[in-house]
Write a protein of this length. Structure first.
Length: 269
């Protein structure tokens, strides 16, 4: 796997240099909770078949054929989910990036309503990450598949696509985001795995997980990062597992968490 390095980059981390990315996205916390967020599972476009085969092998090994979903973690399925988390962290060609937003901690004057705010935040996650990973190159392309965005606007995915595309055009002079298409999560393993990792992260922030089996899976994710829990965000350049807490200083709200360094169980290139 090729990596692009930049000696002047302050975070001193390598940027995965795949030319074609496939990104699967999901949302969480839209239904009245304290935080809402978006998660994105990234892989090389050319390895989408390898990913499906990987998930299929884990399913067969654990005899688990239900939809992969944070809400489906229970006594019967916990071993499967722990194995899935371990497998994700062991693969150098898989990444997960999430955005966590505290409701009411954003400047409302820039959005007509909460519905528009959500679309803009999702587009911000996609646009900012593509901007980072494209690393100024013009020969990369990105294809995004997203679970239907909860919105009264029937074409929310198209709106997010236009917002992200316009931002990338302005900042990069090109639009490496080639497609953003809604997919049914029940038939899309990439969205399902994104749901799992985002669910583990958001449950820590929301303080909602209580079953020992969900706590076990969540602790597995935290342990892979060298963390005691998931109530933190990562440095911007952390590419394997990145948690971005959106903080708008113009609101004068107190920043709720500290940024933690990551010590991965499986070292990445």
């Amino acid at each position: 796997m090729e990596f692009i390095t930049d000696e002047n980059r302050s975070d001193e981390l390598a940027v995965p240099g795949h030319k074609n990315f496939l990104v699967y996205c999901d949302e969480s916390g839209i239904d009245g909770q304290r935080y809402y967020g978006f998660g994105s599972l990234w892989m090389p476009w050319e390895r989408r078949g390898d990913f499906c085969a990987l998930v299929r092998r884990l399913r067969e090994a654990h005899r688990y054929m239900d939809e992969i979903k944070w809400q489906h973690v229970n006594r019967r399925s916990a071993a499967f989910y722990v194995d899935l988390v371990d497998t994700f962290f062991s693969k150098t060609w898989l990444m997960f990036h999430a955005l966590v937003v505290r409701k009411g901690y954003t400047d409302a004057q820039f959005h007509r309503d909460f519905d528009e705010e959500k679309r803009k935040r999702f587009a911000m996650l996609v646009g900012k990450k593509i901007q980072y990973f494209s690393d100024g190159r013009v020969d990369k392309s990105y294809h995004v598949r997203v679970d239907p965005l909860p919105s009264r606007y029937a074409k929310a995915d198209q709106a997010a696509f236009k917002i992200a595309g316009a931002t990338l055009k302005k900042t990069l002079g090109i639009v490496p985001l080639k497609s953003l298409i809604t997919r049914d999560s029940r038939a899309t393993p990439g969205i399902q795995v994104s749901d799992l990792l985002l669910g583990a992260l958001m449950s820590e922030w929301q303080g909602t997980a209580s079953s020992e089996h969900k706590l076990r899976v969540r602790a597995t994710v935290a342990g892979m990062l060298g963390w005691p829990d998931l109530r933190a965000d990562t440095h911007p350049g952390e590419w394997k597992f990145n948690a971005w807490y959106f903080y708008d200083p113009s609101t004068r709200m107190k920043r709720e968490v500290k940024t933690r360094p990551v010590t991965l169980k499986y070292a990445m290139p």
